[in-house]
Design a protein around this ligand. Structure first.
Ligand SMILES: Nc1ncnc2c1ncn2[C@@H]1O[C@H](COP(=O)(O)OP(=O)(O)O)[C@@H](O)[C@H]1O
Ligand SMILES: [Mg+2]
Length: 256
């Protein structure tokens, strides 16, 4: 569904950051990008979303090169929840969610009944009915994150990108967001590509992982086939062990 072919990218014209990266994202699955801080997770996500332009190589989405897809059409394919989401201080949840309909509208075209149905659906799907008239800035971290996911849902795209959706949340709200993401993947057939820091959450909630270090793809594939102590040691320079209970693996970190 998304294929990166010989992808190269640099922020600095004298120094390449990502070089000849090849990877495929499976349709209908949850893929998590893992890697230390600064390894290029957000950069890769932005290239996939068409926000960062590769210096060479290409990203193909549904058999089309991303560079050839108009911004507005791309927004019908991909919705992104960024790591740092900012909003005007007075905007309400419902107004925020309605922004998700913009890619489907012509300039100055107002909302119609269909938009209202989709906006209400997105609000309900993320459990925000009671908060829909509240100002986004007044919400808690978890509620705010759900509001941004609702806006992404209102875009009605089949691919959802989430950059560190749980980073600023306590453990209860982290699990709440990840359960919501899993539900959306199952029930709305959304292909999800997200960045997480917690290896055990990545194991539990993803089908596939992409592991990055210093702009390089270190490994990609099914969680159980990719994640082992060798890899974690190489990528994070951390020791520990991987255990298995009832067919689920989990990582116990220990100092080297
Ligand atoms: N806009 C930018 N301009 C220059 N360098 C950047 C920019 N964004 C990120 N970088 C650099 O690229 C590298 C990868 O960053 P990033 O993709 O944000 O990593 P991650 O998301 O894995 O923490 C880092 O060294 C970072 O400093
Ligand atoms: Mg990042």
């Amino acid at each position: 569904m998304i294929t990166a072919k010989d992808l190269c990218f640099s922020y600095d014209k004298d120094k390449s950051f990502i070089s000849k990266l090849n990877v495929e994202i499976e349709k209908g699955k949850i893929t998590t990008i893992l890697g230390p801080n600064g390894s290029g997770k957000s950069t890769l996500l932005s290239i996939f979303a068409g926000l960062n332009k590769p210096t060479s190589g290409e990203v193909i989405i549904n058999n089309k090169a991303i560079q050839k897809i108009k911004k507005k059409d791309l927004a019908k394919e991909i919705a992104t929840v960024h790591q740092q989401n900012t909003v005007p201080s007075d905007i309400t949840v419902k107004e925020l969610v309605s922004y998700g309909r913009i890619p489907h509208k012509k300039y100055f075209q107002g909302h119609d009944e269909n938009d209202d149905v989709i906006i209400d659906w997105a609000i309900k799907r993320t459990g925000l009915e009671d908060l829909k008239d509240k100002v986004v800035m007044s919400l808690s971290g978890g509620e705010r994150q759900r509001a941004f996911i609702a806006m992404a849902l209102a875009q009605k795209s089949k691919i959802l990108f989430l950059d560190e959706p749980t980073t600023y949340l306590d453990i209860y709200h982290q699990v709440e967001i990840l359960e919501l993401v899993k539900e959306l993947n199952d029930e709305e057939d959304l292909t999800v590509i997200m960045v997480l820091h917690d290896i055990n959450q990545a194991i539990k909630y993803s089908d596939n992982v992409i592991v990055m270090k210093c702009g390089q793809l270190i490994a990609s594939g099914k969680v159980n086939e990719v994640i082992d102590m060798n890899l974690l040691n190489k990528v994070y320079k951390i020791g520990g062990f991987i255990s298995e209970i009832e067919n689920e693996i989990f990582f116990v970190p220990l100092k080297l």
